[in-house]
Ligand binder design. Structure first.
Ligand SMILES: [Cu+2]
Length: 154
């Protein structure tokens, strides 16, 4: 009996570790509090593409009206979801970078952070016009893939 309790305690501890890591990843000083699956669905799909066997879906969510810390210039949340193009199975491990070129040619480069079911970054799309979004990402096979699209802000 005692042994079982100890085993459960160990199991709970090992389970708590990845959760703690996740929470830490989330804490990058932005709106990620309570940013779960529901919110991920709230973003509008702006680009979908299959790159070398990996399906990537980009969503952009306007953060207007959300509680943001003062002095933050980021206005939108960019989300990327990866899936195996053949099986449709989501790919939750990987890393990526995104570069956004604004209508005034200004550039911003952000790391995509692993979040619940997606990879995200906060970006500033504060001026109307066309933004070029370039994303480079690496999933478990180690191959670097890229995807780009245009996003217009009115
Ligand atoms: Cu996110």
């Amino acid at each position: 009996m005692k042994k079982t309790a100890a085993l459960i305690a160990v199991l709970m501890m090992t389970m708590a570790v990845p959760l703690a890591v996740k929470a830490a990843e989330h804490d990058h000083g932005s709106m990620h509090e309570g940013h779960g699956g529901q919110m991920a669905q709230a973003g509008k799909v702006v680009h979908r593409q299959v790159v070398d066997g990996v399906k990537v879906t980009f969503r952009i969510m306007d953060m207007k009206g959300m509680e943001m810390p003062k002095g933050i210039k980021e206005t939108h949340h960019l989300m990327a979801e990866f899936a195996d193009a053949k099986s449709g199975k989501p790919i939750t491990e990987g890393e990526g970078k995104v570069k956004v070129v604004g209508p005034d040619k200004s550039e911003q480069t952000k790391d995509l952070m692993g979040m619940e079911g997606h990879f995200g970054a906060d970006i500033a799309l504060s001026k109307p016009g066309k933004y070029g979004v370039m994303c480079k990402f690496k999933v478990k096979d180690g191959k670097v893939r890229s995807s780009k699209f245009w996003y217009a802000v009115k």
